[in-house]
Write a protein that binds this ligand. Structure first.
Ligand code: IDP
Ligand code: MG
Length: 140
């Protein structure tokens, strides 16, 4: 499969513990290349818009509060089968279920504070990349 792109967020629980480099190394070791990256403080409006798909879920308000509780690092990752490759190295949403060797197994604090976001489809990857990056900010 040709190289393609996915979207990643290093979440506030990870930036707070100074794990930006450790998480990025795991992504790179998994065969993903960081082709765009910026550290930002998300606004409430941005977080609500980004997670709009979850707005009916009981954890939505807590999730938004968590995502704006500190800086995040938004990234575009490139590699063969990038969406799946990233989901595999992230591990399961709940770190209690995450496999050995995954980012969430190594670093997540809880099902909510689970260190990383990753797109779940090529279509959502394109939407999520466009939510945070202009095309000229992505340099392969
Ligand atoms: P994913 O991040 O593994 O794709 P999603 O189901 O898309 O998981 O959920 C988005 C985010 O919402 C999760 O990464 C996590 O931060 C949070 N979340 C998911 N399920 C729960 C829950 O049951 N309680 C609290 N937070 C949750
Ligand atoms: Mg998801």
């Amino acid at each position: 499969m040709a190289a393609n792109r996915t979207f990643s967020i290093i979440k506030p629980d990870a930036t707070r513990r100074n794990l930006t480099g450790a998480v990025t190394k795991m992504l790179e070791d998994a065969g993903l290349r960081v082709v765009a990256s910026k550290r930002i403080q998300m606004t409430r409006k941005q977080a609500e818009g980004f997670y709009a798909v979850h707005k009916e879920r009981p954890f939505f308000d807590d999730l938004v509060a968590f995502m704006i509780s500190g800086p995040v690092v938004v990234q575009v990752l490139e590699g063969e089968d990038a969406v799946k490759r990233n989901r595999d190295i992230m591990g399961a949403t709940n770190p209690e279920n995450a496999a050995e060797g995954t980012i969430r197994k190594a670093h997540a604090e809880s099902i909510e504070a689970n260190s990383v976001h990753g797109s779940d489809s090529d279509e959502n990857a394109a939407t999520e990349i466009a939510f945070f990056f202009k095309p000229e900010e992505i340099v392969g």
